[in-house]
Design a protein around this ligand. Sequence first.
Ligand code: KG4
Ligand code: ZN
Length: 332
Amino acid sequence: MAGLILAIETSCDDTCAAVLDGPRILANTISSQAAAHARFGGVVPEVASRHHLDLAVPVVEDALAEADATLDDVEAVAVTVGPGLIGALLVGVSTAKALAAPRRLPLVPVDHLQGHVAANFLEPDPLEPPFLCLVASGGHTLLAAVRDHRGHEVLGQTLDDAAGEAFDKVARMLGLGYPGGPAIERLAAEGDSDAFQLPVAMSRDPGLDFSFSGLKTALAYLCRDLGVEGVEERRADLAASFQAAAIGQLTAKLDRALRSGEWNAVALGGGVAANGPLREATAAICEKHGVRLKLVALELCTDNAAMIGSAARFAEWRDYPEYLDYDAFPTN
Ligand code: KG4
Ligand code: ZN
């Protein structure tokens, strides 16, 4: 075997490595730190960096073993350089350099968000640009125009909190664990989404930007007014009403973007794309506009290194020793 891409992703709280043969995933290893962060109710940057330090090399070894490959088969090392937590990113970038440099392999710096977009280029059933991509995760919420394999144009993004961040913060208010998204989704299934009328922010805004902090604050006031016992009693209704308002905003913007008639396909990415009701609502919007909806497998929606390797196939490869002083960047 030769010509493989080894990819590393450590931008947040998952230590990930993948091995790709072109668009084919040979291994996609993820070591989630969620349990380590759960007791803090969110990701603690320092804790994340330390876990990445412990896990980076074993996760790379696991990925190579699963792919039945060695470093001799690797043609290039790809790594997320940002945006993300700076300490976490640095562990990935240093690991990638340390693997690539002694072998004089090229290094491929990858933008995390382009990684989420590039998850759609992977087998099976790769999606060819052009398409519209909605990425909603714990760190980002954006609508991107994907016109080729190399990059994307941001049409709209959150002005404050990310969608997943809102799920996580509301989950905390309702006494649910971290990560909050799946917990809210489970609880919301037992609740009435019309129980509380929450604002669908930005719905009258003519642009494609998002905002989730108002919704989060509205929930905080509701919880304050209901009191501890009231919240306990109405938890499912609160979760369902919040989820409906959050999904309402995401799909309203998608609907607006599709009105231009420019797009034939939509892709959904980021951890929030794992949300069942969001997937259903997105499918309904796409059907209304007569466009194709591409949903990648759940493990490719949340952070993973296969998507980074996929982006690397079309990104700029840096030769040794050009990349030795290459740094991570925390924000975009
Ligand atoms: O893409 P991701 O794994 O990491 C980031 O780049 O942030 O996304 C994680 C986010 C978390 O905020 C989590 O609560 C949210 O995705 N999430 C969900 C669901 N599963 C994960 N949000 C809503 N519903 C879900 N089922
Ligand atoms: Zn992400």
